[in-house]
Design a protein around this ligand. Structure first.
Ligand SMILES: Nc1nc2c(ncn2[C@@H]2O[C@H](COP(=O)(O)OP(=O)(O)OP(=O)(O)O)[C@@H](O)[C@H]2O)c(=O)[nH]1
Ligand SMILES: Nc1nc2c(ncn2[C@@H]2O[C@H](COP(=O)(O)OP(=O)(O)OP(=O)(O)O)[C@@H](O)[C@H]2O)c(=O)[nH]1
Ligand SMILES: [Mg+2]
Ligand SMILES: [Mg+2]
Lengths: 276, 292
């Protein structure tokens, strides 16, 4: 955490710059924040006023972040995507718990048919939350599981269908094509599906998160972000650049490994943590 | 790209045919941006730039290179110097089983690389590896390692116990009976700030005395790399680093931060999800990647 001295000066600006950079806010966004601060503050100004100014500048950059999407369709289909290991499967467990606590009927579809024990892992989450569960043979077509999950959700009167996908690096064309096929298959069943495409981003990830957001958005039309692992020391500052450049809101944050460890994204809490 | 940027900087500055204080200052600003965008830690970048500046100012320009090319050369050399060094070899015991303990943050690739290492050493040294399922927390973690073990035809030790240290002790006993000469402990991902979980690893280390502790780090990690690596190193004094998911397109600057802050060598890189996608670390390749 950065300690700011009493008055606004070049040292203060440097301390501020360090706080922004070490939060993974990135070069371009940090420079525009510092630029705003230079423009709107004066030398010798009280540091608490400057802090408030920085706070306001960053909050205004997060103006496109908002709560969860209204669930209007039935079933409301949520496709969960993202690179390897950043928390998709665990997030689905948390989302199932979240929606079931609201009294919704939830069905989970195991469309990661590739990774070792991915289906078993997700099945455990379905058991822990009491959600319905659809799976197929390992190495079967993920799009077919997505299809079956939708159909089963419809038949069983599910309010929410959560579809888990295999982690994949966004620079792998064949894997991104596979993801795009899952969306296409869902669209054939229902032109509005998937109603939500949640990109899970790991809060410890650096600037690569921006290219992840761009590439996954190009392939699957990301409608929301879940920022996982915010219970660590990473601040997830690259979210600000993503919000600015791409208009994608952060829906939830992950703050642990249990089913309760999911919260709605609160931009104020997020920005405050950058200065802690 | 950085070399292009530096070339154009030197073209527009006076005295472009030699290195001067002014054109070093401007070009190092570009290098600083490149390193920050590559996820090198802010403080590490500061120190790095200062070292390169000192060298550049002191250097006589004999070479047939333009000043821009020379700056790039210094940066590249300094990167390779820092990234390399330290032995990339894993301490294989002669006449006794070797124990490797994997550790790291959640989702970094420990389980996958436990299997990759087992397969790698079986090929390279004709080892008889045993993998140990010491992650008793993550749903289906044991299943995951067992599945990988089946794919490779490498045995996996697991037991239905609530104490990780006991599991590891029993695994070593099993390895003796089973004549396994390489034992790799797959542990649960954990936060460096989770005192209880870090203490679990400290207890395993004290009881088992692994010959090699490998910190498994995701190559796309950002500024937080220094905090996590420093803490894991402080608590466990690990022997080396495995940098995973290098088949992605992150610049991998965190590797420089980890190396600077812990002084420990990067031993392997993971280059894919398949179990043969592991390579010995090449500092030169990563240096080029970090510079973009
Ligand atoms: N501390 C913490 N750990 C988390 C969080 N979310 C997930 N994890 C952990 O991160 C690891 C990876 O989670 P998974 O849910 O398997 O990630 P994934 O994206 O499905 O992984 P792949 O399917 O292999 O791509 C597990 O150890 C989880 O417990 C979080 O918010 N905080
Ligand atoms: N593309 C790619 N994926 C990798 C690599 N290493 C691991 N993965 C993937 O990353 C994800 C997480 O790998 P795991 O081995 O489960 O990670 P872990 O550290 O054991 O996770 P926890 O036990 O939950 O902490 C899986 O989807 C792996 O297939 C790599 O080098 N390249
Ligand atoms: Mg998963
Ligand atoms: Mg694991």
């Amino acid at each position: 955490s950065i300690v700011f001295s009493g008055k606004m000066d070049e040292d203060t600006l440097e301390a501020l710059e360090e706080a922004l950079y070490t939060s993974d806010i990135g070069v371009k966004t940090t420079e525009s924040i510092i630029g705003e601060v230079r423009k709107r503050s004066s030398k010798g100004e009280d540091i608490n006023d400057v802090k408030k100014l920085v706070y306001d500048v960053i909050i205004s950059m997060l103006d496109k972040s908002s709560g969860p999407v209204q669930v209007t369709a039935k079933p409301h289909v949520i496709l969960v995507v993202g690179v390897n290991g950043n928390g998709k499967t665990t997030t689905i467990g948390k989302l199932a718990h979240y929606y079931m606590n609201m009294g919704k009927r939830v069905l989970i579809g195991a469309a990661d048919t590739f990774r070792a024990a991915a289906i078993e892992q997700l099945e455990e989450w379905a058991k822990r939350t009491g959600a319905d569960f659809i799976k197929n043979q390992p190495n079967s077509d993920p799009a077919a599981v997505a299809y079956d999950s939708y159909k089963a959700g419809e038949a069983r009167g599910a309010d929410i269908v959560l579809i888990d996908t295999a982690g994949r690096l966004h620079n792998k064309v064949n894997l991104m094509n596979e993801l795009e096929k899952i969306s296409r298959v869902l669209k054939k069943l229902n032109p509005d599906a998937p109603h939500e495409v949640l990109l899970v981003l790991d809060a410890t990830t650096g600037q690569n998160a921006l290219s992840q957001a761009k590439q996954f958005s190009r392939t699957s039309g990301v409608t929301g972000i879940v920022l996982s692992k915010l219970d660590g020391t990473a601040k997830g500052g690259v979210t600000i650049a993503i919000n600015q450049e791409m208009d994608i809101p952060v829906r939830f944050i992950g703050i642990g490994e249990k089913k309760e460890d999911l919260q709605l994204f609160d931009p104020e809490v997020f920005v405050r943590s950058i200065f802690e | 790209d950085l070399s292009g940027k530096l070339e154009s900087i030197f073209k527009t500055l006076k005295g472009q045919h030699r290195i001067s204080e002014e054109n070093i200052k401007v070009s190092l600003r570009e290098v600083r941006v490149a390193l920050l965008e590559a996820d090198v830690n802010y403080i590490v970048v500061k120190d790095f730039i200062n070292r390169v500046r000192d060298r550049a100012i002191g250097e006589k320009v004999f070479e047939k290179l333009t000043p821009g090319q020379l700056i790039i050369k210094f940066i590249h050399e300094e990167l390779v110097r820092v990234l390399g060094g330290g032995t990339a070899e894993v301490a294989m015991q002669k006449g006794a089983p070797t124990v490797i303990m994997m550790c790291g943050l959640q989702g970094s690739g420990k389980t996958t690389h436990t299997a990759k290492l087992a397969s790698y050493f079986r090929k390279k040294n004709k080892s008889r590896p045993l993998m140990v399922a010491a992650d008793i927390y993550r749903p289906a973690a044991i299943d995951q390692l067992k599945t990988l073990g089946k794919q490779l035809n490498i045995p996996v030790y697991s037991e239905d116990s609530k104490d990780v240290t006991t599991i590891c002790v029993n695994a070593l006993e099993f390895a003796k009976e089973n004549r396994n000469d390489l034992i790799i402990l797959d542990t649960a991902g954990r936060l460096h700030i989770d005192e209880e979980m870090m203490n679990e690893l400290i207890r395993v280390k004290e009881k088992i005395q692994p010959h090699e502790i490998l910190f498994v780090a995701d190559s796309m990690i950002g500024q937080d790399a220094v905090t996590t690596a420093a803490e894991f190193n402080e608590k466990l004094n690990f022997d080396g680093v495995i940098l995973t998911k290098m088949d992605g397109d992150s610049r991998g600057g965190a590797a420089l931060s980890i190396r600077e802050v812990t002084g420990k060598p990067i031993k392997f890189v993971g280059t894919g999800e398949k179990l043969d996608e592991i390579e010995v670390f090449h500092p030169d390749r990563l240096a080029q990647r970090i510079l973009g």
